[in-house]
Write a protein that binds this ligand. Structure first.
Ligand SMILES: [Zn+2]
Length: 179
């Protein structure tokens, strides 16, 4: 179970695993026995950007999250806000996290990230400006596309697909074990 829900959002009764017939057949989910509310636990959409710096010779910006204990550089990511399109959301995230301005966006692909119960929507973002990282990010690095290394998880597969589209065969690294 990835979901954190323990109580019904409608009536606050403790949820329990109950089998019910759904369109796809019998299915066990966390449900409320008092009012019938179901915790669907649908994956959350997450936006990610491969930032190509048009004013830095086409280098790609990867950043390290301040909360990570290992020295891993990754794509800029963030959750969509209510009331915005995915394109508006990734422009906002890039601006908030790096202060760069996006001049062009294209969709790279959509990837599952089941460990976090997320769907990752990966964009290529052409961007420029002075980099100012948000406090969430500890440092950034610029990479020539052919020097990028991919990782075997949602955003890493997106990076690999983008590299292939640019004629670079992606090289994968193994992530350090999770603690
Ligand atoms: Zn309830």
């Amino acid at each position: 179970m990835n979901g954190e829900a323990r109580f019904c959002l409608q009536c606050a009764t403790a949820l329990s695993l109950q089998v019910q017939d759904e369109d796809g057949g019998p299915k066990e989910r966390l449900r409320c026995t008092a009012c019938g509310w179901t915790h669907w636990n649908n994956p959350t959409p997450v936006l990610a950007a491969i930032i190509e710096c048009s004013d830095r010779g086409g280098q790609v910006l990867l950043a390290r999250n301040a909360a990570w204990t290992h020295r891993m550089f990754a794509l800029i990511t963030g959750f969509m806000e209510a009331g915005e399109s995915p394109e508006d959301g990734i422009r906002r995230e890039v601006a908030e996290e790096t202060a760069l301005q996006v001049s062009a966006l294209s969709l790279v692909g959509v990837y599952d990230f089941q460990r976090m119960n997320q769907v990752i929507i990966v964009y290529h973002a052409l961007a420029s400006g002075d980099v100012r990282l948000s406090p969430e990010l500890a440092e950034y690095k610029l990479f020539a596309p052919q020097d990028l290394r991919c990782w075997r998880a949602g955003t890493g597969y997106g990076l690999a697909d983008w590299l292939r589209s640019r004629g670079h065969e992606p090289q994968f690294i193994e992530l350090p074990p999770r603690n």
